[in-house]
Design a protein around this ligand. Structure first.
Ligand code: FAD
Length: 558
């Protein structure tokens, strides 16, 4: 038995755990990542990295060029095709999220598709640059004990069989949907489990000629044959077939021959260069953990929430979790925030998971409208004659076309991706369609993006190691706020330190020229002084908001 000491133990070296280690490492926090597998699994899993996740990656200093170089070709990743098989004309086509140039007015980083292991590899290379971060593969977390302000974890090295005791101030459970850390902490999951079951058949084939003029990232399969979904991470190489199956089906039922037959049925033609890479059972659930914290143990990513994949929000929500948590732990450890700051993690992030879970579930159910229009019965099957009639008889075909269009919200969720706020400021927006996103400069929201004169974004003005005060050109003397705060606060004044490419920033944000916005290290707005000039009273308000949030005493800013 050997002992290790660290400030943070991250259990799980999936995308959320790896990103967490990078975010902590760059802030100087000693971190150990324990990952039970010796090698990264090559199942491609998530494909969509949405704008907010990419903004977080950019703010984290990750190499965005490498992430984009590893991504699906944009021309292929822009469409969702509803088909009978890959070889047949589309029943309907929908744009996959907003990847057009117009979206660049709202975010510097439009959505991309990328195989999850490729994203993980980029993050892992980055975290290996931090001397205070250690990633140990083959190390499985077994149990933990909280003693005072320390957690003693027992882990097993799966290569040597050696048992290790790891002492840490914090444990972050990034060990996925089946989280052992969450179970050991006695945290229940709320919501339906096992709504649907699939065999995920990972295969390689060049299907460019088959898809011809119908490129897409997702192909939903309808009709009397195989129903399921094809995910085209790379049309010329990497695919997953989500094959529906009964709950008790095991991988043994899907041997090489069965997988080849299923792929051939989905493609609608023999696939000469087909290679089956792997098959794994997967159950769709819609659950959020009842708590995100147990003492100094925190849940992040799939350990805290499991969504249906309809929405592409699982990994993206996990990235938001770890971004929220990492700076807070670093702030407490650096001494500029009180430990109660960590109390804000669960109320801020759990409600986002509940919203995203609800939308993912609604998306999954909305597809039923299309099944009905295509003539499916209550047993979820359709005979060939009914199906063909629904596609040829004009009135029925019009219903199908409407049912395809009704799926639009499923694939255009910018408000969920960028328009969420910590706190109640944007609650009234919850009734709007999720495609409808208007950036708002309100407390809790992410700072709205605006292009700077030098081509960067206002998001690039936010530093990761403290708060940023963005002030209008006529703001008064704010030095008392800067002096009085326990946290590092960087002042950036419009006209002196930054300027928009077009127009005045204060006006764009709905502020008077003397107004100011106090931004958290994660790019969310903590407080706003909208007044004509930041007055002593406005300053007291900002300072009060800062010290209350950071759980530190007010040091007299007036
Ligand atoms: C087909 C498919 C498509 C998807 N598409 C999308 C999408 O487009 N967009 C999106 O946002 N999400 C998508 N998702 C969801 C996404 O894959 C998950 O949300 C994401 O993997 C969660 O990351 P994580 O790091 O929280 O957990 P995981 O990726 O599950 O990683 C957990 C890690 O913890 C390790 N581990 C587990 N137990 C232990 C232990 N006891 N000790 C040490 N290590 C342990 C595991 O080996 C694993 O490496 C998709 C999922 C699937 C299956």
């Amino acid at each position: 038995m050997s002992d290790l000491d660290t400030t943070v133990l991250i259990v799980g070296g999936g995308p959320v755990g790896l990103l967490g280690a990078h975010l902590l490492g760059r802030r100087g926090v000693k971190t150990l990542v324990a990952e039970k597998h010796l090698q990264r699994l090559d199942a491609p899993k998530a494909h969509a990295l949405n704008p907010r996740s990419l903004e977080i990656c950019a703010a984290a200093g990750l190499p965005m060029d490498e992430i984009h170089a590893a991504a699906t070709a944009p021309a292929d990743g822009q469409w969702v095709q509803m088909v009978e098989t890959l070889s047949q004309p589309a029943i309907g086509v929908i744009a996959y999220e907003r990847q057009d140039d117009a979206v660049r007015a709202l975010t510097p980083w439009p959505l991309i598709n990328i195989e999850q292991p490729r994203f993980e590899a980029v993050v892992e290379r980055a975290l290996c640059g931090w001397p205070n971060v250690t990633l140990r593969r083959g190390l499985e977390w077994r149990e933990g004990l909280q003693l005072g302000d320390r957690v003693i974890s027992t882990l097993v090295d799966r290569t040597t069989g050696e048992t290790l005791k790891v002492r840490s101030r914090y444990v972050i459970a990034c060990d996925g949907a089946g989280s052992a850390v969450r179970d050991a902490a006695g945290i229940a999951m709320d919501g339906p489990d096992g709504i649907a079951h699939f065999m995920m058949i990972h295969f390689e084939a060049n299907l460019r000629a088959v898809v011809a003029e119908r490129p897409g990232i997702l192909y939903f399969l309808f009709g009397p044959g195989l129903n399921g979904t094809l995910i085209a991470y790379d049309i010329e190489k990497t695919w997953v077939l989500m094959h529906p199956c009964a709950p008790d089906t095991t991988e043994t039922a899907f041997d090489e021959a069965a997988c080849r037959a299923a792929v051939a049925a989905a493609v609608g033609a023999p696939v000469t260069d087909l290679q089956i890479k792997g098959v794994r059972g997967w159950k769709m659930s819609a659950q959020v953990a009842r708590r995100y914290r147990d003492g100094n143990v925190f849940l992040a990513g799939d350990a805290g929430h499991r969504f249906p994949p309809t929405g592409g929000l699982g990994l993206n929500t996990g990235i938001g979790d770890i971004d929220n948590l990492a700076w807070k732990i670093a702030a407490v450890e650096a001494g500029w925030a009180g430990p109660d700051l960590l109390e804000t993690y669960e109320p801020e992030r759990r409600i986002i998971a509940q919203t995203n879970m609800g939308q993912s579930l609604a998306n999954a159910f909305r597809i039923r409208v299309l099944f009905e229009a295509l003539g499916y019965g209550p047993d979820q099957t359709v005979d060939a004659q009914t199906f063909r009639a629904r596609l040829t008889e004009p009135a029925a075909r019009a219903r199908v076309t409407d049912a395809v269009a009704a799926q639009k919200d499923h694939f255009d969720s910018l408000r969920l991706q960028l328009g969420f706020a910590y706190g109640d400021a944007l609650r009234e927006d919850d009734t709007l369609p999720i495609s409808q996103f208007t950036p708002k400069c309100v407390a809790g929201a992410r700072l709205p993006h605006a292009e700077l004169a030098d081509g960067r974004s206002t998001l690039d003005l936010v530093g990761p190691d403290g708060f940023t005060l963005l002030a209008g050109p006529a703001a008064g003397d704010v030095s008392a706020l800067l002096r009085g705060s326990s946290a590092p606060v960087t002042l950036r004044v419009e006209g002196r330190d930054f300027a928009l490419a077009d127009g005045a920033w204060t006006e764009r944000m709905g502020l008077a020229p003397g107004g100011a916005v106090l931004v958290r290290p994660d790019g969310h707005i903590l407080a706003i002084a909208a007044a004509a000039a930041v007055t002593p009273a406005g300053l007291v308000e900002l300072s009060g908001a800062l010290s209350a949030y950071l759980a530190t005493p007010l040091q007299g800013a007036a």
